[in-house]
Design a protein around this ligand. Structure first.
Ligand SMILES: NC(=O)c1ccc[n+]([C@@H]2O[C@H](COP(=O)([O-])OP(=O)(O)OC[C@H]3O[C@@H](n4cnc5c(N)ncnc54)[C@H](OP(=O)(O)O)[C@@H]3O)[C@@H](O)[C@H]2O)c1
Length: 273
């Protein structure tokens, strides 16, 4: 069930109503940028997956919308003028729902996402399309695996109990049944020296990660490179074909342009001498 914090009324009726789909650093940075802009009336939406979320500088709602139909209804009921999908690159369902719901309501949609990581000289990446392929890529010989895919992506690895897993996630995982496992709960950013020390201390043979991108968790890739370790890299799912920005300031410029257009089209502006 969704919950909402009180939404502060804005002094102007021509402010652009902006929905930011969040749950990422990029969404939080965009929220901070729009917080004091009188031309924009923003709301930040979170799925409510993490047990704690940081206070937001703009009105916040938490919880799913109820699929495409629920999101389309939310957009119409709240007179949303534009949507920025700043969700995680692997949150494919909400991105697809946003594309469909915005198409239904003819609401402009843009994507704010961090660039994917790219291999560098010395990297030993095996790129795979999904978690099942990542499990297969580990092979049948027992290995010591540093698993950093996030706690909601662990179930496929239960099917390969021959490996020893060192599982790192923000919140402790539920339902991971592989018999040989070490659990580490930690939130990035992580430093290179610490990543190298961790991989060394646990005698890691291979790193498994999603191509989340971004600097906060990139040190593990450099650590693997420095230690000569292979990386099983799960590729990103396809994204909807919408205007895409990598920097919150670029997304803000897109929103500000829409806000100016809305203001110019408003009756009060047209009536002004
Ligand atoms: N997947 C990751 O690796 C990852 C990592 C870091 C952060 N996150 C964040 O965690 C959230 C959930 O990720 P996921 O992979 O479970 O998403 P998902 O599979 O794409 O979405 C599943 C459902 O969660 C709800 N939902 C997702 N994001 C929402 C948002 N920002 N506001 C309101 N409802 C939202 C929607 O429910 P309804 O259909 O009921 O609307 C959606 O259908 C995302 O917001 C994402 O940005 C994900």
């Amino acid at each position: 069930m969704a919950s909402s914090s009180p939404i502060t009324p804005r002094p102007t009726t021509v402010a652009l109503s902006l929905l930011i789909l969040g749950g990422t650093t990029e969404a939080s940075r965009l929220a901070a940028l729009v917080a004091d802009n009188a031309e924009i009336a923003p709301v930040l939406s979170l799925a409510g997956r993490t047990r704690e979320h940081a206070p937001a500088p703009i009105p916040l709602r938490v919880g799913g919308f109820g699929g495409v139909a629920g999101l389309a209804t939310y957009l119409a009921t709240n007179s949303i003028d534009a949507v920025i999908d700043a969700t995680h690159p692997f949150a494919a369902r909400i991105s697809a729902h946003a594309a469909s719901a915005c198409a239904i309501g003819d609401v402009p949609l843009a994507r704010l996402t961090r660039p994917a990581w790219m291999p560098e000289p010395g990297d030993r990446w095996q790129v795979v399309p999904d978690m099942a392929a990542a499990v297969a890529a580990l092979g049948s010989t027992p290995r010591r695996v540093f698993l950093t895919t996030g706690r909601q992506e662990l179930a496929p690895f239960n099917g390969a109990p021959q490996h020893h897993y060192v599982v790192r996630s923000i919140d402790a995982p539920d339902g991971f049944t592989a018999p040989q496992a070490t659990f580490i709960t930690a939130r990035g950013p992580f430093a290179l020296a610490d990543e190298e020390a961790l991989m060394h201390a646990h005698a890691i043979d291979v790193l498994v990660t999603k191509n989340a991108g971004g600097p906060a968790t990139a040190a593990k890739l450099k650590a693997a490179r420095n230690l000569g370790l292979p990386v099983v890299m799960v590729a990103r799912p396809p994204e909807p074909d919408v205007p895409t920005f990598h920097e919150p300031s670029e997304a803000l410029a897109w929103v500000e342009k829409l806000a100016r257009a809305k203001k110019l089209a408003s009756p009060s502006h047209r009536a002004a001498p």
